[in-house]
Write a new protein. Structure first.
Ligand code: SER
Length: 874
């Protein structure tokens, strides 16, 4: 069975068991700052387990994109060296939200794996583990399913702390968790390894294929397990591992999907397609890197972008090890698209973007390596002894991205060793710095969480009644907020729009008799709308009925910018092509900012074209239409959806211009496109490799922008004593006149210098038979003085000359010695002495030298050095 068929069979099986098929969520977890990457199928359902989110279904099945390359579940260093670890993998899962529990979960898993209709695996090859104290699961397996006790293993807290066990699963240090039962497949006696729980369990013989977690608890930061509102189920089966089993191979890298990636990797690198771990690393990493980029991550020096950068660099290093010349990694994307594009359309749509980002990063890494090598050489040159200090290794690694194993290779070649302990100390310190600076790993339970939902009434207007459901101060629930206190208010109904889809949250007031709460921002937490602000009078208590008023001018201006963003998005795809994908946006009342994938700066005529298209749509003044529908129907209508956005089961489709723009969007918009008035682009720039940014203004702000430009024009015209119509002619004439005057000035200066030269020559004095000329000439620059010295040399025939003067508060000095005297006096030496006197520096050839200084008051002292030099030589 091919991997794609297994994926489909799994989803169909669970559909037949009453589960709703739900799409994979983005690798960037939605609304969850505690998690680096989506690392399990259950992530998108976390709030369903906690009882904070209700969906239309209580049973779901997914094939979820997962990355485990950072955070709690991190497989990065194992990849390539075991048969079964990956940075990216697909997790097949079935979920119950307070619906079925242990018995059904176990029997579904067994039926799917062993029944003839489905995977038909030999039962005697399957082993099962349960949490040590989970007698219920043990009994279901042995009594109901009939798994012999010899192939059952109880696993306790084998990871050094209570509930730290292979059979107790938690997404992170806090949040939903529970005991689990895992199903293992025995790959046979010719593979090394022992059953789970045995000392040889890390071998590749007994491979865990399916984990069934019985979600029962919510763990808080104090380590306490609180029972969930309803026991639930979360299962996960790695598609690659089950494919290996069904394709009768013993390593994930031998399955259909990886075969073509390995082949493409070998071709791109130009090496043999053999069993080398480095080749597996490359074939594995192209998946995580491509999917992460498709979901909007870009290489950078922090957070998610930093992990991506590390994976790309690890791939480059392993490619280099195999002899890759130049960039190769981006060339493998095409094979990945061919293999997985059908199941994940984002790969197809973003292929060019992914390739571009990878290529740029590869090139940058090559430069980094070159630079790192230079730095290392410098450090090695000054090295005493044969130990490279830890801080040097760390600096190379941290500042220059220079891999430690490479430093190690170089050290080995020169019989040097690394101070590994010192390096580890620096790394530890850096990890601590990173931890304290990052929200990842933060306590999920410390985020404001609210039972119940807020009904949003703001599409219809900016005012409405609501009752206070909950209040928070410093993240803690409180009964009331007093006058002057800052905090968060949650209402049962609100017209305030909470920040999402790039549109900022509304601001305004909540009011009741004698009570006023100033809302500065509105944010969402699950289904609740959080009004952040301060009590500006009275006391706000739970249950209070308030009148909510959004500041309408701000909201209206924001709405125009939001609608214009959609029009711009559609226009960009028309002008630049379908590869344009939204990479971010910010919409407020002042302007709109739109980031999107594109490879080069947008040309001025293209910018004009974009403006023309958007303004034409504005003038058509069509109604902005919204429709609530399900996601499949929306996609059929061609609605542009964002990868990375979490969409519910019902979505809002927003259309403008009779199909010109169709997007999924929950934002606030104009009623008709004509409301936007005018659209004007104010800037275009690059924000990262392959990502461009356009900023634009609309409505009154666009008019203000144009008025300001017009004012400038008027001012310029009046300065030029002309009008707007002849401004360019006037300006050209002024510039031409300027050029002429400059020319004339040059000629005059030359004449004046020549005349001055004649006068100056007369001032030379005889010092011990040598003609010495040292004179002050203010207001001339170095170039003019050089010309003058040259002229004086000709006139005097044989002389030592030093000219100096003040220009813009600084000293300028030029020295010259005629050829016949350079054996005795050097202009460079003279200049060193002269400049030392005025606190500056200078130097040059024996016959001509130049310099300067800052101490104008000592200029005469500087000039006196000429005479002194000649006298001293006597
Ligand atoms: N969440 C569990 C795991 O990742 C089961 O899906 O193993």
């Amino acid at each position: 069975m091919k991997s794609a068929e297994i994926r489909e069979a799994f989803l169909r099986f669970f559909e037949e068991k009453g589960h709703t098929r739900v799409a994979s969520s983005s690798l960037i977890p939605a609304n969850d700052p505690t998690l680096l990457f989506t690392n399990a199928g259950m992530n998108q359902f976390k709030d369903c387990f906690l009882g904070l989110e209700k969906r239309a279904y209580t049973r779901a099945t997914t094939s979820q994109k997962c990355v485990r390359a950072g955070g709690k579940h991190n497989d990065l260093e194992n990849v390539g060296y075991t048969a079964r670890h990956h940075t990216f993998f697909e997790m097949l899962g079935n979920f119950s939200f307070g619906d079925y529990f242990k018995r059904d979960a176990i029997s579904y898993a067994w039926e799917f794996l062993t029944s003839e209709k489905w995977l038909n695996l030999p039962k005697d090859k399957l082993w099962v583990t349960v949490y040590a104290t989970d007698d219920e699961a043990f009994d279901i397996w042995t009594r109901d399913v009939g798994v012999p006790v010899e192939r059952m293993v109880r696993i306790g807290d084998n990871k050094g702390a209570p509930y730290a066990s292979d059979n107790f699963w938690a997404m992170g240090d806090t949040g939903p968790c529970g005991p689990c039962t895992e199903i293992f497949f025995d790959h046979g006696a010719d593979i090394w390894g022992g059953p789970p729980g045995s000392p040889e369990e890390d071998g590749d013989r007994y491979i865990e294929i399916w984990n069934n977690v019985f979600m029962q608890f919510n763990r808080t930061a104090d380590g306490v397990l609180h029972p969930l509102p309803a026991p639930s189920v979360d299962t996960g089966m790695g598609l690659e591992r089950i494919s290996a089993v069904l394709q009768h191979v013993h390593s994930n890298y031998e399955i259909d999907l990886f075969q073509s990636l390995l082949k493409a990797s070998a071709e791109a690198i130009g090496c043999a397609n053999d069993d080398a771990p480095s080749l597996k690393v490359v074939a594995d990493h192209i998946r995580s890197c491509s999917f992460l980029i498709a979901d909007g991550v870009l290489p950078s020096n922090e957070g998610r972008g930093y992990v991506l950068r590390r994976i790309i660099r690890r791939a480059c290093r392993h490619g280099n090890k195999l002899g890759a010349k130049g960039t190769f990694f981006h060339k493998i994307v095409a094979a990945l698209v061919a293999e997985m594009g059908e199941a994940f359309s984002e790969l197809v749509q973003q292929q060019a973007h992914i390739e571009r980002v990878l290529k740029t990063e590869e090139e940058q890494f090559a430069k980094t390596l070159e630079q790192g090598l230079k730095i290392l050489e410098q450090d090695l040159a000054g090295l005493e002894g044969n130990l490279i200090p830890g801080h040097v290794v760390f600096k190379l690694y941290d500042t220059y991205g220079f891999p430690v194993d490479l430093t190690n290779d170089i050290a080995r070649e020169r019989s040097l060793t690394l101070d590994e302990e010192g390096f580890e100390r620096e790394m530890q310190a850096q990890r601590e710095r990173a931890r304290s600076a990052s929200a990842f790993g933060m306590d999920y339970n410390s985020l404001v969480k609210v039972d119940g939902e807020t009904q949003f009434t703001g599409y219809a207007g900016t005012q409405g009644q609501g009752a206070v459901l909950a209040l928070f101060r410093d993240g803690q629930a409180v009964e009331a907020l007093e006058d002057g206190q800052e905090g968060v208010v949650v209402l049962d109904r609100t017209p305030f729009y909470a920040e999402s889809g790039g549109q900022i949250g509304d601001s305004g007031y909540l009011e009741a008799d004698g009570v006023r709460f100033e809302v500065r921002d509105t944010q969402k937490a699950g289904g609740a709308y959080l009004h952040h602000g301060v009590v500006a009078g009275g006391r706000l208590g739970k249950g209070l009925a308030v009148e909510a008023r959004v500041t309408a001018e701000v909201r209206d201006a924001t709405a125009l910018n939001h609608s214009a963003t959609h029009l711009l998005h559609a226009a960009l795809r028309q002008v630049l092509g379908d590869h344009v994908q939204q990479k971010g946006s910010l919409v407020d009342s002042q302007r709109l900012r739109f980031d999107f994938s594109h490879f080069e700066a947008i040309k001025p005529d293209q910018l004009r074209q974009l403006e023309d298209i958007v303004n034409a749509e504005i003038r058509k003044n069509t109604a902005v239409e919204t429709e609530e529908t399900d996601i499949d129907n929306a996609k059929r209508k061609g609605a542009m959806a964002l990868f990375g956005e979490k969409y519910g089961d019902r979505v809002r489709v927003l259309s403008m211009g009779g199909g010109f723009s169709v997007e999924l969007c929950g934002g606030i918009h104009a009623s008709r496109t004509g409301d936007i008035g005018l659209f004007k682009i104010v800037s275009e720039s690059g924000v990262a490799a392959g990502v461009r940014r356009i900023e634009a203004v609309t409505g009154a702000a666009a008019l203000a922008y144009l008025n300001a430009a017009e004012e400038q024009l008027k001012e310029a015209a009046s300065l030029l004593k002309g009008g707007r119509d002849n401004l360019v002619d006037k300006l050209s004439a002024v510039l031409e006149r300027n050029r002429q005057l400059e020319k004339e000035l040059e000629q005059l200066k030359a004449k004046a210098a020549s005349a001055a030269g004649d006068d100056l020559a007369g001032a030379a004095v005889d010092v011990n038979g040598v003609k010495v000329l040292a004179t002050r000439l203010d207001g001339l620059d170095g170039k003019a003085l050089l010309a003058l010295v040259d002229q004086l040399k000709n006139k005097l025939g044989s002389a030592v000359i030093l000219l100096g003067g003040e220009l813009d508060g600084k000293v300028v000095l030029v020295a010259g010695v005629t050829q016949d005297l350079t054996a005795r006096f050097k202009a460079g030496d003279l200049m060193k002495q002269a400049t030392a006197a005025v606190g500056g520096k200078g130097g040059g050839r024996p016959d001509m030298a130049q310099g300067g200084g800052t101490d104008v008051a000592r200029l005469d002292e500087a000039l006196a050095t000429a005479r002194a030099l000649v006298e001293a030589a006597a």
